[in-house]
Design a protein around this ligand. Structure first.
Ligand SMILES: [Zn+2]
Length: 113
C-alpha cells in the first residue's frame, strides 16, 4: 500500500488526529465549525470556547478552503507517519474500511464479524 485514495484520505483525516500538529488540529476544527453556522454570535461563542481560532496563522492555513487543508494535512501525515498509522484494512482486498471498528468492507463486501 503506497498511494493515497479518497477513502483512505477521509479515514486519515478523521481518525489520525494524534498525528496532527496543534495548528493542524485547530485549523481542522475551525473549518468544521465554521461550516456549521453563519451566525456571528454562534461563531464568537465557539471562539470563546476554544473550538475555533481567529489566529491569523490558523486563518491562513484555511484560506484556500477545507479540501485544500485536508489534502495538505493528510499528505503530511502520510509522508511522516505512514508506518505508524493504525489503519483498519480489509483482510481480503487490503483497502480501508469506513471506521476503526468496521468489520465489513465497503469495496469487496467481505465480512469478518
Ligand atoms: Zn475488501
Amino acid at each position: 500500500m503506497d498511494s493515497l485514495y479518497p477513502e483512505l484520505e477521509d479515514y486519515i483525516y478523521r481518525y489520525s488526529g494524534r498525528f496532527m500538529t496543534d495548528d493542524e488540529a485547530m485549523a481542522r476544527k475551525t473549518v468544521m465549525y465554521s461550516l456549521k453556522t453563519q451566525s456571528e454570535s454562534m461563531l464568537s461563542m465557539m471562539r470563546e470556547k476554544g473550538w475555533m481560532s481567529d489566529d491569523p496563522k490558523i486563518l491562513s492555513m484555511i484560506a484556500d478552503g477545507s479540501e485544500a487543508l485536508k489534502d495538505r494535512i493528510v499528505k503530511r501525515i502520510w509522508n511522516d507517519h505512514r508506518e505508524e498509522l493504525s489503519l483498519n484494512l480489509c483482510p481480503e482486498c487490503k483497502l480501508i474500511t469506513r471506521t476503526p471498528d468496521a468489520r465489513q468492507c465497503r469495496f469487496c463486501f467481505h465480512d469478518w464479524h
